[in-house]
Design a protein around this ligand. Sequence first.
Ligand code: ASP
Length: 436
Amino acid sequence: MKKVVKFGGSSLASAAQFKKVGDIIRADKQRAYVVPSAPGKRFSEDTKVTDMLYGCYALAEADKDFSKELEAIHDRYKEIISGLKLDLSMDAEFAAIAENFKAKAGKDYAASRGEYLNGIIMAAYLGFEFVDAAKVIRFTDNGEFDAETTHEIMSKYLGQFSRAVVPGFYGAYEDGRIKTFSRGGSDITGAIVAKAIRADVYENWTDVSGVLTADPRIVKNPAPISVITYKELRELAYMGASVLHEDAIFPVRQENIPINIKNTNAPEDAGTWIVGSTCQKSQYIITGIAGKKGFCAVNIEKDMMNSEIGFGRKVLQAFEDYGISFEHIPSGIDTMTVFVHQDEFIDKEQSVVSAIHRLAKPDSIDIEADLALIAVVGRGMRAQKGTAATVFKALAAVDVNIKMIDQGSSEQNIIIGVANRDFETAIKAIYGAFVN
Ligand code: ASP
């Protein structure tokens, strides 16, 4: 058995947290490949090292003095190194970083140093091999993650070491320039390493005991989810549930490697298992609820629309021409509604509307803003009658008007559109109807 263990920023924010991580790794010999994030917040008003690096590099880019800011970052690492009583100095590394900042090595290079330095410390602390992610994670020239080349290079390279630390969040172009994933991307690195070494489990250690059934900022103490499928998690993550980066599923899903979300501060908790498929029923019919605010509905009407071949294509062409992706397209006999992200759409609104008029010649177009979408997700819904009825009854009881309903044919999710102002009320009501 081999396990890849990824630790998030809050698990590595201080020497005390590092010690917990060391204990967790040493408690299980199978935990042989470690992917660390950069040091996160030690307390709620603290700043993540990644954000400190972005801030510091912005000064360098503007040709301003950044020495004080870089020293503050160095101090974060010094605190960890001395707390762990390691015989390690980052002086040479920080001198190189200062030089590279002056030479404008790029924002991605700057941000990546958080994980890079934490990786060096982690490897020294554990006595594992340090493997720079720039050597084993490859991006294509147009900035896309190159899964195939990475897998080839990484599986070969990591094969030489029975224990290694690979810093999260970044890789490099073929020419060696550093490129990062999007924020929270160390989760992706963990999944890539798990695939490369054919791990039996990908453990993702964070500061909560698993994925929760709803957002704890909206629902008080939501129940944790014990088992969730990749598909369900993808739906929830896409709709805003923030435990795991939404792209971290793909590498492990192909290999059927289960992900176990665990809590560094409560390692005995079982956490959440994310799996390909399961015969375990979810506890509450639904597995989870997530949602996002800030959508617009573009309602397009035309008499006899349904018998006009190509109408939908022409409408979508208008969105495509202006680079706008759509979320949902519920339709009626003579109406079609396109849900888009308000912030993406707002500046291009009038151009898109006139393009729809030009291409599809509708009778009217009406735009409704400030809408929220809520996803009620659950593999258990397929075999169950009355799930939608429960959702709608719960929303009616709290006087929330439903603007849109969309059930995917997989019967794993029901998407509901409501006004932004009803978002929290709606989530609480749905949660109450299923879980309490
Ligand atoms: N340190 C990076 C961030 O703050 C990546 C990560 O933690 O996964 O986004």
